[in-house]
Design a protein around this ligand. Structure first.
Ligand code: MSP
Length: 520
């Protein structure tokens, strides 16, 4: 049986249309899922929409719609974005689906039966924007006297009958768990933030609301709907057919290998979620990775500032794979990063057009012109040839290691290091001048370059599925030789294979002013 791999995105609130943040989390998971599939894993990749709770109910009311029709509409734009971004998710879960309600109620009943949930009254602070409860000592005072959460969200005082989850009893077991699995929370810098929150003492968590009705009804709890975070987190189980924990899907994929989240929702995934699971007798996920936040040209992104970045507009302006590449390359994964049009254009022109694009174009057009458009014969290898080939052949191991963290930027760095080495090699070997002096040497040099491009094309597939596919087409790599099993030498390019006429794959992005100047 192939090894299994479950990767999940958070589910997105449908209070508004998708933005760069949602696109980013989903894209990172897509790269992982595609990578693992190519590497022979049996993958399940989950995403979806978080449709209940006060925030969504409020947005529906503001739009003058009933919550169900509102969520039907907005959820569609998130599903649409997965298509536009070429996301390879295996399922898309909406929390308003019957299968999800069933999973939530089953989990609730299990927690209740195990004595982990009790009825009480909540009196405390709630931040609507975060859909989160905060303790008094976490809050600061805003300019208008309002209480402000660490996230910057305004809090309101809430008092209502509520069911509670006995979170306070889980502190020591959580701390033990973090110690036993030191890489459960990554990046490591975020781990301290979580452990100090747990060490500061956990309070029981309110897990139902009575002042709103837009949620999953609490079984045998008239007037109560489940707290939207308990509801939302359960989606990870819904997708595996929970409560049927004996079914093959569940036993194969749970616990999740990687749960990707933004840094703002780490507490829910690294504290509440493992506590709920352990309390229900289920295993916690193997790893939670918290990525950073994007700013826009140096400014925090917010609706009120009007600087929200629409991923569809980026795709339209710069191209899909260019956008995917930029988002995965520009910022060390895990750090915050800044979006700017200048840096996007710089990446497209220097890394893609002048980097790999130019290398591919030079190699393929030399083959077309001087080697009858066929994969050339590889003669005796020199030290320089072997050095470059070894660098390319060493890539799968490096990339695999970085993807496992995941450190996408480092994986791409390693690929571009080989692009630079190949650039130097082509300049030094000057195959264009060998044509007249040493045809067999020219063939060997072009073969080495084509084989390096094949390695780059294979490894770029998870990041830029379409562009990498075009590169492999240009090298006439058969469809069944595109998984990572094809790094085996048996799949190396075969001399004499006819290649299609070369076509540019990575065009330059020409800034309008530049284009106008060219026209004169
Ligand atoms: N519904 C909850 C998650 C429930 S998961 C069981 C939620 N939804 S969200 O729509 O508000 O956010 C989803 C993701 O988008 C989060 O991982 C968040 O970090 C990410 N981003 C939102 N804005 C972002 C940026 N400006 N930059 C990067 N990612 C950010 O939270």
């Amino acid at each position: 049986m192939p090894p299994s791999y479950l990767v999940t995105t958070p589910i997105y609130y449908v209070n508004d249309k998708p933005h760069i943040g949602s696109a980013y989390t989903t894209l990172a998971c897509d790269v992982l899922a595609r990578f693992k599939r190519l590497d022979g894993y049996r993958v399940k990749f989950l995403t979806g929409t978080d449709e209940h709770g006060q925030k969504v109910a409020k947005s529906a009311a503001a739009a003058g719609m009933d919550p169900q029709s509102f969520t039907d509409k907005v959820s569609q734009s998130f599903r649409g974005l997965t298509k536009e971004l070429n996301i390879s998710n295996d399922d898309f879960i909406r929390t308003t689906e019957a299968r999800h309600k069933k999973a939530c109620q089953a989990l609730w009943n299990t927690l209740l039966e195990r004595g982990e949930i009790y009825l009480g009254n909540y009196a405390g602070w709630y931040a609507l924007r975060d859909e989160a409860y905060y303790a008094e000592n976490e809050l600061t005072e805003g300019p208008n006297g309002k209480k402000i959460a660490p996230s910057g969200a305004e809090c309101e005082w809430v008092e209502e009958p509520s069911y509670f989850f006995r979170l306070s009893a889980w502190g020591d077991r959580l701390l033990q768990f973090y110690e036993d699995i030191p890489d459960f929370i990554l990046p490591l810098t975020r781990r301290n933030e979580v452990t100090s929150f747990v060490k500061s003492g956990l309070q029981d968590l309110s897990v139902s609301r009575t002042t709103l009705s837009w949620g999953v009804p609490v079984p045998d709890g008239p007037g109560h709907v489940m707290y939207v975070w308990l509801d939302a987190l359960t989606y990870y189980l819904t997708a595996l057919g929970y409560p049927d924990t004996q079914a093959e899907t569940f036993t194969t994929f749970w616990p999740a290998d990687l749960q990707m989240v933004g840094k703002d929702i780490l507490r829910f995934h690294a504290v509440y979620w493992p506590a709920f699971l352990m309390a229900a007798g289920l295993q916690p996920p193997k790893r939670v990775f918290a990525h950073g936040w994007w700013t826009n040209e140096g400014q925090k992104i917010s609706k009120s500032l009007g600087n929200v970045i629409d991923p569809l507009a980026l795709i339209e302006t710069y191209g899909l794979d260019q956008t995917r590449y930029f988002l995965m390359r520009e910022v060390p994964f895990g750090n915050d990063g800044d979006f700017s049009h200048d840096s996007m254009i710089r990446r497209i022109n220097s890394d893609l057009a002048n980097g790999i694009g130019n290398l591919a174009q030079r190699t393929l057009s030399l083959i077309a012109k001087n080697a009858d458009g066929k994969v050339p014969v590889c003669g005796v290898l020199t030290q320089e040839d072997t050095r470059l080939l070894d660098a390319a052949r060493g890539l799968p191991e490096i990339v695999r290691r970085e993807i496992d963290v995941p450190a996408f930027h480092k994986a791409l760095d390693a690929l571009w290091d080989v692009v630079s080495q190949a650039d130097r090699y082509i300049d030094e070997q000057a195959p264009w001048s060998l044509r007249k002096t040493d045809l067999s040497r020219m063939n060997t040099v072009l073969y080495v370059l084509a084989e390096v491009l094949r390695h780059l094309g294979l490894l770029l597939q998870p990041f830029m599925p379409e562009k990498a596919g075009l590169l492999l087409d240009q090298l006439a790599v058969p469809a069944d030789s595109r998984s990572f099993a094809a790094f085996d030498s048996a799949h190396a390019l075969q001399a004499g294979t006819l290649l299609p006429a070369p076509e540019g794959i990575f065009p330059r992005y020409v800034v309008e002013a530049e284009a106008a100047a060219h026209k004169g």
